[in-house]
Design a protein around this ligand. Structure first.
Ligand code: HEC
Ligand code: HEC
Ligand code: HEC
Ligand code: HEC
Ligand code: HEC
Ligand code: HEC
Ligand code: HEC
Length: 492
């Protein structure tokens, strides 16, 4: 989660051994001074600033850093622009791992993101709110509610804080980080009502205080862990970040699992804890199906609990396709891998199919056409679908392989999802098309194509072969050379 270096000096995942990264005319150097990690940022015009790292954020797939400008009297903790990406170990500026950015360069050739001048806005105004544990009261004092958990359903009647302290939290969204219960997400992020429990009351999950009043139309918040709505609401305090969405409403980016699950047909009786133990580290993105996840489906859909019935419904041999493969496909961009959608849905969703959005069948059957899929959905599951002109616009040709059509989609998430599916399948046929996308003007999209290419060729490309952070002209030349080699790789 989050760690504070004063307490956890070993929390640092990134290489601070004196590495220098040159990018966009400036440079970033990662070093140490008297043991403390330093991020030294030099702009193209030679202006140098040194930041001492004070905190880390994350560490499973990506680690970001918070630091203070050396010599700054205020010692303001800010989020720094370079992150250490474990998916392809190395230092990258934010637009390389974060999808919220557009093209890397403006029309005049200049960078659209200043990698060397961190914003002078406090880290505590944003990131801290989902990556730490603090009194629930603070969630209620914040003006723009950060999540969709119990804080969305209750009001605070009074606070013992001074008016000035309240205003700082309310108007500047500033979390008083010196009041954290713990650095990182721990017990009291989920176990609301903890003080009450310590005082002898039975454990509860709802906020308990005479100063908190529930809205009239609030969902039940006091039935404890047997109420899926309450359990999910606890997770929704943080797992409900904004995301761009597919045509059926499913999230394109992760961290919004609670909103996705709530929109699924299985809500409201399904709980996060049906599949996740909140006290244990999960198996990680891309891990094989966990038995608990599959039994969660059949606990409710008990007509499919019977092995023969499940096989008859799925129409695939054991191990070829699971409930999750067809109903929770990997269409969500995680931090280092594409992860399963939490909007449980069916591959027969006509909104998704008509728009050329990813569908579970073709994510495995990349070489098949959409007409094949429509025919098989009718034959196997009795789903009536009639492709019209919209479908033709989306796929170009109804009889061409869907996988390669997706790679030319005008929607980046569709291209990325398809490249990831080819990489997962180890299917090199599309390597030339994927390599062509290494010249994408959006840094983040380029990186995901690179991840797919490297998985397909089974090694990391050397910087002389392809450097995602090289100046545009060099990068285009490198991508061109690789394209010529890709045809040979594809058939090897
Ligand atoms: C609304 C809640 C929320 C806010 C605000 C938020 N995050 Fe996160 N963040 C999450 C969640 C939830 C995850 C877990 C994502 C997952 O694994 O699916 C996450 C994951 C991450 C990770 C990846 C962790 C890893 O181990 O790979 C990083 C890095 C990160 N966030 C950085 C930030 C930074 C920097 C900010 C502030 C600019 C921020 N977050 C603000 C909710 C939030
Ligand atoms: C991410 C949210 C989350 C965090 C963090 C968390 N818990 Fe839990 N905890 C839950 C949920 C949800 C349940 C109910 C699980 C269920 O019913 O399957 C639970 C159940 C429990 C139970 C069992 C209660 C019972 O009546 O069965 C105990 C004990 C517990 N937690 C202790 C802790 C402690 C101690 C910590 C910190 C070290 C902690 N939890 C951190 C969410 C969390
Ligand atoms: C206070 C905010 C917060 C709450 C509440 C919260 N999470 Fe998270 N969760 C995070 C953050 C931040 C991460 C990313 C951690 C990282 O890698 O640094 C995360 C990561 C995860 C992961 C991926 C990591 C792993 O080990 O599998 C799962 C799964 C998860 N949370 C499930 C839950 C569930 C289920 C609940 C509710 C019972 C919940 N979370 C409540 C903030 C929260
Ligand atoms: C807690 C109970 C519960 C669990 C667990 C559950 N479901 Fe459901 N599911 C439902 C209910 C209730 C409906 C709505 C049924 C209806 O409308 O007939 C539903 C509907 C569906 C639908 C129909 C979707 C649509 O768009 O029409 C699919 C597909 C589905 N579930 C698959 C799954 C899969 C796969 C899993 C496991 C990942 C799962 N469900 C887990 C209760 C559950
Ligand atoms: C190979 C893909 C595939 C697999 C595997 C699969 N399903 Fe389905 N499922 C479908 C399709 C296609 C539909 C039809 C949706 C429709 O009628 O529009 C469907 C429909 C459903 C529905 C809603 C309609 C109904 O029949 O009740 C549920 C619930 C469901 N599946 C659950 C499951 C569960 C649980 C599993 C695992 C045991 C599973 N599915 C495995 C493809 C699959
Ligand atoms: C039906 C089972 C099921 C339910 C219910 C469920 N999840 Fe998951 N979740 C999964 C599976 C399976 C994965 C693994 C995804 C993968 O390997 O790509 C996962 C992965 C995740 C991750 C990690 C994503 C990443 O980027 O690595 C987070 C975070 C998460 N779930 C949060 C939640 C939250 C919060 C809820 C409740 C709102 C929830 N899940 C409910 C099955 C479930
Ligand atoms: C997780 C990957 C996966 C998913 C999802 C999946 N399939 Fe398959 N499918 C396979 C594999 C692997 C085989 C080959 C199984 C064998 O014969 O050993 C196969 C075989 C088939 C076959 C028979 C052989 C052929 O190619 O004609 C049909 C038909 C089929 N799938 C249709 C579908 C449809 C329709 C969907 C969506 C509802 C779907 N599949 C979803 C992996 C998948």
């Amino acid at each position: 989660m989050n760690q504070q270096l004063s307490a956890s000096p070993r929390a640092v995942a990134g290489a601070f051994g004196g590495v220098t990264v040159a990018y966009g005319g400036g440079s970033a150097r990662f070093t140490r001074a008297r043991g403390a990690p330093i991020m030294e940022l030099t702009t193209a015009s030679g202006l140098r600033r040194r930041y001492r790292i004070t905190r880390t954020i994350g560490g499973r797939a990506l680690q970001e850093y918070v630091g203070v400008l050396v010599g700054d009297r205020e010692q303001l903790e800010v989020r720094l622009p370079f992150g250490w990406w474990l998916a392809r170990p190395g230092w990258y500026p934010q637009p390389y791992f974060d999808s919220w950015f557009g093209a890397e360069h403006a029309d005049d050739g200049g960078l659209t993101f200043d990698a060397y001048t961190p914003a002078r806005s406090p880290w505590a105004a944003r990131c801290a709110w989902c990556h730490n544990t603090y009194p629930f009261e603070l969630r209620l004092l914040r003006d723009s509610r950060i999540g969709n958990g119990p804080e969305a359903h209750v009001d605070l009647l009074a606070s013992a804080r001074s008016a000035a302290a309240q205003a700082r939290i309310r108007d500047q969204n500033l979390l008083p980080v010196d009041e954290l219960v713990t650095v990182g997400v721990s017990c009291e992020s989920c176990h609301l009502g903890g003080r009450d429990h310590v005082g002898g009351a039975a454990p509860r999950f709802a906020p308990v205080s005479p100063l908190v009043r529930r809205h009239h139309d609030a969902p039940p918040l006091d039935r404890g862990r047997d109420e899926p709505g309450l359990v999910n609401a606890l997770c929704a305090q943080c797992h409900s970040t904004p995301s761009p969405r597919y045509p059926d409403g499913a999230a394109i980016r992760n961290s919004t699992e609670a909103l996705d699950l709530a929109a699924a047909a299985c809500a409201p009786s399904i709980a996060c804890t049906d599949c996740h133990d909140p006290h244990l580290r999960g198996p990680g993105a891309g891990a094989p199906d966990q038995p608990a996840h599959l039994t969660a489906c059949t606990r409710c859909h008990d007509q499919l609990a019977d092995h023969a019935a499940a096989l008859a419904h799925g129409r695939h041999p054991v191990g070829a396709a699971s409930c999750l493969d067809c109903h929770m496909p990997r269409i969500v961009e995680g931090v280092g891998a594409f992860v399963r959608s939490h909007r449980i849905s069916s591959p027969s969703n006509s909104t998704m199919l008509a728009a050329g959005a990813p569908n579970a069948c073709n994510l495995c059957h990349l070489d098949r056409s959409i007409r094949w899929t429509v025919d098989e959905l009718r034959r196997g599951w009795g789903v009536p679908l009639t492709p019209d002109a919209r479908w033709r616009d989306a796929y170009g040709d109804l009889d061409h392989a869907v996988g390669t059509a997706w790679l030319t989609s005008q929607h980046a998430p569709v291209r990325l999802t398809a490249a990831d599916a080819f990489a997962r399948a180890g299917d090199r046929i599309a390597l030339p098309s994927i390599v062509a996308l290494l010249d994408d003007p959006v840094a983040h999209d380029r990186m995901w194509m690179l991840l797919a290419v490297e998985r397909l060729v089974g090694r990391r490309l050397e910087p002389h072969e392809y450097d995602p952070m090289a100046p545009p002209a060099l990068r285009a030349t490198q991508a061109g050379t690789l394209r010529a080699r890709a045809a040979a790789w594809a058939t090897r």
